[in-house]
Design a protein around this ligand. Structure first.
Ligand code: GDP
Ligand code: MG
Length: 178
């Protein structure tokens, strides 16, 4: 007899956004609870897996760090198929990274049209250097039908909430479509 799977749901999540906004830091903070100050530009795709419980359901999270240079974007697109959720990350101290979210959304909506989307304003520990207000982030997210949260990978603010928020929304959506 085949063994029962160790989880009820498999959830594939993507982290996308400009380089340096903190995607890899959020991922390692969430999966390892470590924060590294060393910047290593991501080549290819980093996938980290973590088993969690969401509303009593055993969930295996597969988190894909899609932080490749733009020139690779076309090549890696097919790998993102089947993602249930996408986190669009910007840096609250970098206006350009926020403006670029539109482009990121257009790119990814085509590939994963049914994913649950979340806008993530990272580096909220750098309040003094903030250039994108919480209201701007929130209204952009509202306009595009996304969830919204501000995080700090370095201070471990809202990192768990970010993942739980999107995971819960994905499970709800799956329940609804049954
Ligand atoms: P990625 O290119 O989007 O994967 O960004 P990284 O995770 O490599 O982070 C880029 C830089 O931002 C690194 O120097 C990190 O230490 C820094 N960083 C990431 N998250 C935060 C944060 O929440 N607060 C602060 N102050 N720095 C951060
Ligand atoms: Mg990275």
């Amino acid at each position: 007899m085949a063994e029962a799977p160790a989880y009820d749901h498999l959830i594939k999540l993507l982290l996308v956004g400009d380089g340096m906004v903190g995607k890899s830091s959020l991922l390692s903070r969430y999966t390892d609870n470590v924060f590294s100050q060393v910047y290593m530009s991501t080549i290819g795709i980093d996938i980290k897996t973590k088993n969690i419980e969401v509303n009593g359901k055993r969930v295996q999270l597969q988190m894909w760090d899609a932080a490749v240079q733009e020139r690779f974007q076309q090549i890696i697109r097919p790998f993102f198929k089947g993602a249930a959720g996408i986190m669009f990350v910007y840096d609250i101290t970098n206006e350009h990274s926020f403006k670029r979210l539109c482009q990121w959304m257009n790119d990814f909506r085509e590939v994963v049209p049914n994913a649950v989307l979340m806008v993530v304003g990272n580096k909220c520990d750098l309040e003094n250097a903030r250039v994108v207000s919480t209201e701007q982030g929130q209204s952009f997210a509202d306009e595009h039908g996304c969830k919204f949260i501000e995080t700090s990978a370095s201070d471990n603010v809202n990192v768990n909430e970010m993942v739980m928020g999107i995971a819960e929304a994905i499970l709800l959506k799956r329940e609804d479509s049954k």
